[in-house]
Design a protein around this ligand. Structure first.
Ligand code: AMP
Ligand code: ZN
Ligand code: FE
Ligand code: FE
Length: 281
């Protein structure tokens, strides 16, 4: 069976593998297609697309947006036009907002004697600096044993270096993806720890704004939850997607194409996504 991975982060956001590195890994894993879904940026796509062309691997443009809805919800967008002016402008705003949040984290770390500046971090990690990068700095300075330890002790909500980012409303993120020609999909629904009733409410709310799919297969879901979400998608007439949410070393134990070993996404799901968009596969 041909397999794909529709949820991948690269060095363009907070992953540790470059876009072309992702293509090499995908070829090694015999994947038939990958989608690049960095947080708040489409900058990784063109490198991955070019590398994919050379390697004979299909690379799909995507994005993952953090939104505000009873806490937080992530929305994935597939086949967005990476050059859409409205999208590019909004992404610039997100990065500016991240910068404000990140400066606060840096200033707290500096007060605790960690010798970093935000300028150094931008030089090293690029435009989109995220908490996983701070985790790396904490590990390097001996304050945490690995990235997970850094999150647990310093970066998770409620910890010393946790500062929220301003996120956009759920409706706006879905609208933005649609305006950029993309297909909006609810990311990893079980990560939000909703009860069954609130989960249906979330799906119905997202659908009222134009969402067209559910990410059923994701490493944060148990096998039972994945099956349940597939039933829900069918019931609601929504597309099914899935992916590893690969970030490289910063999320240890997650492999491209399979997550923690349980995520397997069939190529047919991509064909349905293409049909929805009117693309011929
Ligand atoms: P940010 O958008 O900068 O607030 O950072 C969010 C990123 O941190 C996402 O990529 C998450 O996958 C990652 N993240 C959140 N919690 C953890 C955790 N406990 N361990 C590793 N990565 C995490
Ligand atoms: Zn991330
Ligand atoms: Fe996410
Ligand atoms: Fe993600």
């Amino acid at each position: 069976m041909k397999r794909i991975d529709l949820h991948i982060h690269t060095t363009a956001s907070d992953g540790t593998v470059s876009p072309s590195g992702i293509v090499s890994l995908a070829v090694q894993q015999h994947l038939a297609a990958v989608a690049i879904t960095d947080h708040d940026t489409v900058n990784g796509f063109s490198e991955a697309y070019e590398a994919g062309k050379k390697a004979g691997l299909e690379v799909i443009p995507g994005i993952e947006l953090s939104t505000r809805y009873k806490g937080h919800v992530h929305i994935l967008g597939y086949y967005i036009d990476p050059e859409n002016p409205e999208l590019i402008q909004e992404l610039k705003n997100f990065v500016a907002d991240r910068d404000i949040r990140n400066e606060k984290i840096v200033s707290f770390m500096r007060q605790d004697g960690i010798p970093i500046t935000y300028e150094q971090m931008k030089d090293r990690f690029g435009e989109v600096v995220g908490r996983p990068h701070f985790a790396e700095i904490l590990v390097e300075n001996g304050l945490a044993s690995d990235p997970t330890d850094a999150f647990n002790r310093y970066l998770n909500r409620g910890c010393e270096y946790y500062f929220p980012r301003t996120t956009i409303p759920l409706s706006r993120s879905i609208e933005l993806i649609i305006h950029a020609g993309g297909i909006p999909v609810i990311a990893h629904p079980f990560e939000y720890r909703y009860e069954e009733k609130s989960l249906s409410e979330l799906i119905e709310t997202c659908m009222s704004f134009g969402v067209r799919g559910i990410e059923c297969r994701h490493p944060s879901h148990s096998p039972g939850q994945m099956v349940y979400l597939e039933h829900l998608a069918e019931e609601y007439g929504l597309l099914k997607t899935g992916g590893s949410d690969f970030h490289g070393d910063v999320k240890p134990g997650i492999s491209l194409g399979s997550g923690r070993g349980l995520v397997s996404v069939p190529f047919q799901w991509l064909e349905k996504l293409k049909d929805e968009r009117g693309l011929k596969s």
